[in-house]
Design a protein around this ligand. Structure first.
Ligand SMILES: Cc1cc2nc3c(=O)[nH]c(=O)nc-3n(C[C@H](O)[C@H](O)[C@H](O)COP(=O)(O)OP(=O)(O)OC[C@H]3O[C@@H](n4cnc5c(N)ncnc54)[C@H](O)[C@@H]3O)c2cc1C
Length: 501
């Protein structure tokens, strides 16, 4: 029987990111992916938001994505553009890059880190006991893991087999999306009518001066809102033709589809992200309408939150209860995304009164304070994990400061490349972390600049910060080490020889 510490079902963006995080922490992890290769039919996500670019930067791989995509202001709310160019981040923009490229780059990284990806195999079920999980595969080969993570998308078999409820809202909109060829010149661009939003465009495009400029040849991407919500099963060329005729009066002679898919605004979230040794992340844990382009982003960030925690539990340095903080921190983030997508969907409904409401919201969002709040929400820069009372940095993302150390200049994110926690001592050296010395990097540094956070603006300079491997601040010092042992205990596990909590 093959055994791994962690088996990940699904090698989409979430599963790949999680595998990378676990591999960095030295965990024996394997991915089982039902697709025959990493090739992804069709286009899904169109890019990355600022916070996701930051987390990739924390691992030293952001440039791989930036060099292949188009940097642009991509944040928006119900298609109302939100500029983040004045935000205090090195990546005060988003990135236009299609999901197939995002997955390819992530898969290359994961393979470099030595993670085996088993393509063309499907997880068909599992049985868990006190010590591990027997994972059932489509080819019958036995596989066992200490933990199984379902990163297997919105229809997650892992979620269903674990009996985890998926409450939420049924769809009110159904869209067909396809890549086809046309014999006639269509009406290019976006059309909004009583049925909803529809769009026809060349797939290949460039962004010039912040504007999308489509190529004048090549395959065509079609997105059309369907008249009926009751269609189920795999969509056909006939379904697409019918939907186009209902909207445009013609199907423009569509033929040779390379991909046809259906997506809706079904909005659901797993009631629990964990059942003992089985966890969920990404679309397996939450689904929503793609407006605002957040799904892939929050899936990747679920993985970055879960990875180091699962690694510490598997490696025996932290108690199993650390995994409970994964749901406590990430469930509210996705719940908020579900809410904002429902609000956006409502604002995009084809109705003169809703148009008037959207115009009013647009006017509000042109004011600085609302713009900053919504832009920080849509770009993921406002995430605040509830870690209790204290300094504004507590539970928020650590800014990528330019530090000065005895060895020269250093960016904070560089310290996170290996996904190890960092205790940054910015005051008089002297913090004693002896019992945890093998688990945290203690870095003495100076920083003379201002401390500025998205939305909040300038905050008081701390004298020390404990930065978790995911880049969020787990403790803030104000000249003393008050609370530091508790924070080290909570985030890195109890020192050797002491009782586990
Ligand atoms: C039209 C559209 C546009 C979108 N645009 C954006 C956007 O601009 N920005 C954004 O952030 N998000 C966007 N999204 C959402 C984004 O595509 C998803 O949120 C993202 O793919 C989720 O990643 P994931 O890895 O969690 O799941 P998935 O990408 O669904 O990956 C799951 C993987 O698991 C595999 N799998 C499934 N079942 C099994 C099994 N039993 N055994 C083994 N493998 C299995 C699948 O083959 C798949 O590779 C869009 C979605 C759509 C439909």
């Amino acid at each position: 029987m093959t055994e791994h510490a962690v088996v990940i079902a699904g090698g989409g963006p979430t599963g790949l990111m999680l595998a990378g995080e676990l591999a960095l922490a030295g965990v024996d992890v394997a991915i089982v992916e039902q697709r025959p290769s990493q090739d992804l039919a069709g286009s899904r996500a169109g890019g990355l938001h600022s916070r996701t670019i930051e987390v990739l930067d924390q691992r030293g791989i952001a440039d791989r994505f930036l060099s292949e995509g188009q940097v642009a202001q991509v944040a928006g709310f119900a298609w109302i553009p939100l500029d983040i160019s004045d935000f205090p981040t090195r990546h005060n923009y988003g990135l236009g890059l299609r999901q197939n490229h995002i997955e390819r780059i992530l898969a290359d990284w994961v393979v470099e880190l030595g993670v085996p990806i088993s393509y063309g195999r499907e997880v068909t079920g599992f049985a868990q006991d006190d010590t591990g999980v027997d994972v059932e595969l489509s080819d019958g080969e036995p596989l066992r893991a200490h933990y199984l993570v379902g990163c297997d998308g919105g229809r997650s078999l892992i979620r269903r087999a674990a009996g985890i409820e998926f409450p939420g809202w049924d769809p009110t909109i159904s869209n067909l999306i396809a890549e086809v060829e046309l014999t006639e010149e269509p009406e290019w661009g976006t059309r909004r009518d009583a049925l909803g939003v529809h769009a026809l465009g060349r797939l290949e495009y460039e962004i010039r001066d912040g504007e999308v400029v489509y190529m004048d040849r090549g395959p065509v991407g079609v997105m059309v809102t369907e008249q009926h919500l009751d269609r189920t099963g795999e969509p056909t060329l006939r379904d697409l033709s019918d939907a186009l005729i209902a909207v445009y009066g013609t199907d423009y002679g569509i033929h040779s589809p390379t991909w046809i898919s259906r997506f809706t605004d079904m909005t659901r979230q797993a009631a629990s992200y964990r059942d003992r040794r089985v966890l969920l992340a990404g679309d397996a844990a939450h689904v929503h309408y793609p407006v605002g382009g957040q799904g892939l982003n929050i899936g990747v960030q679920d993985a970055v939150n879960l990875g180091w925690k699962l690694a510490q539990v598997v490696n025996g340095t932290s108690p199993d209860s650390l995994l409970d903080t994964y749901q406590a921190e990430r469930h509210p983030v996705a719940a908020r995304v579900l809410q904002n997508t429902m609000a956006q969907t409502a604002l995009l409904r084809p109705d003169a009164r809703v148009d008037a409401l959207r115009d009013a919201v647009s006017e509000l969002l042109s004011l600085d304070e609302p713009r900053r709040r919504f832009a920080a929400m849509m770009s993921g820069l406002d995430i605040h994990y509830e870690l209790g009372e204290g300094h504004a940095l507590l539970g928020r993302r650590m800014p990528d400061l330019d530090l000065v150390t005895a060895d020269g200049p250093l960016r904070v994110f560089t310290l996170l490349h290996d996904a190890r926690p960092v205790l940054l001592d910015l005051g008089e050296p002297g913090l004693d972390i002896t019992p945890w010395a093998d688990r945290v990097q203690l870095v003495d540094a100076e920083y003379a600049g201002s401390w500025e956070l998205p939305i909040l603006g300038p905050v008081t300079a701390p004298t020390a910060v404990l930065i978790r491997p995911d880049g969020y601040v787990g403790w803030v010092g104000d000249g003393t080490d008050l609370g530091l042992p508790d924070a080290l205990n909570a985030w890195l596990g109890p020192p050797l020889g002491s009782a586990r909590g």
